[in-house]
Write a protein that binds this ligand. Structure first.
Ligand code: NAP
Length: 279
């Protein structure tokens, strides 16, 4: 657990959380069991979005009677992120999730509605007790500058961005920006969505040898590497209980400086791209 990354006075948030994109596509009972195993193993941070089909409904079943202590996050689509539309979208998500509040509510990516309108709606939702904090997703450093000018200091809880071993673009400007302004970085697709390095690749061999040294798995090593900065919170998605348990245990894995340096070489950061990569 890490203290206070998403705003003063909020609950602690597990370093490793649970993603839910496509969780509604497989066996429903298995998905519920995976989320519940994840929660039991300490992954109390659960990420969803109105965009993720029926994922909010699956979560509602998984968290029934267990809402306390969870850090529940959903997102408004940019096409709904007007002043009124944001409020209505949030109320729909609350209904689907069968809860009376979200711990954090995010703008999924920047769209055409003025940031002033979305931020005003977020603040109205906080005042109404429907959300505890708000943040954004897929914002580059220049977008964050604009957002900060609208919101003022201390309002943006997090920026959720693409971050995995083979995509480290956020290390150039986004993570430094977030750390300067006390904004948590939520790392989405930490396993590269469906492209985790094969054990037969050069980088995969490095991952495997570090994993062997810790009696861990390559995916646990990857999560630990991504979470090496205290500002970063990876949210892998797992649809089986075994995967969820494995991912949760990564929260206890501490890599040495030389292991971090070996991973840094095996999966180089690369030059800063023109625009922020996103899925
Ligand atoms: P991911 O977490 O990088 O990878 C998910 C894949 O890894 C699934 O195929 C999953 O298989 C597999 N997996 C998980 N744990 C495993 C384990 N221990 N062993 C073997 N395989 C394992 O992909 P993601 O779903 O794209 O990203 C995670 C979350 O980030 C999403 O679910 C969503 O909540 C969020 N996200 C946000 C945005 C945004 O724009 N804000 C974009 C993309 C994603 P199983 O399903 O079979 O377990």
């Amino acid at each position: 657990m890490r203290q206070n990354p998403f705003g003063e006075g909020g609950p602690n948030v597990s370093v490793i959380g649970q993603g839910t994109w496509y969780l509604d596509h497989g066996d429903r009972k298995r998905a519920i069991a995976a989320l519940q195993r994840g929660i039991e193993a300490g992954m109390t941070h659960i990420d969803t979005a109105e965009m993720y089909g029926d994922a909010e409904l699956v979560i509602a079943d998984a968290i029934a009677g267990k809402r306390d202590g969870l850090f529940l996050v959903s997102k408004v689509l940019p096409s709904n992120a007007s002043r009124r539309g944001t409020i209505t979208a949030c109320e729909r998500s609350l209904k689907r999730l069968k809860t009376d509040h979200l711990d954090c509510y995010l703008l999924h990516w920047r769209g055409s509605y003025p940031l002033e309108d979305t931020v005003a709606a977020f603040e109205e939702l906080i005042a109404a007790g429907k959300i505890r904090s708000w943040g954004v997703s897929n914002f580059d450093a220049d977008d964050l500058d604009e957002l900060l000018a609208v919101s003022g200091q201390g309002r943006i809880a997090c920026n959720q961005v693409l971050y995995h071993l083979q995509e480290r673009a956020i290390e150039h400007a986004v993570i430094p920006w977030c750390e300067r302004h006390g904004v948590a970085v939520v790392a989405y697709s930490p396993f590269g969505h469906n492209d985790f390095p094969s054990v037969r690749s050069e980088g995969g061999e490095v991952l495997q040898s570090i994993a062997d040294a810790h009696k861990a798995t390559p995916r646990q090593v990857a999560l630990s590497f991504l979470a090496r900065a205290p500002s970063v919170f990876p949210i892998p998605k797992a649809s089986t209980a075994d995967h969820a348990a494995e991912n949760a245990a990564a929260g206890d894995l501490v890599l040495s400086a030389s292991e971090i340096s070996a991973l840094d070489k095996a999966f180089p950061r690369g030059p800063k791209p023109c625009s922020l990569p996103m899925l």
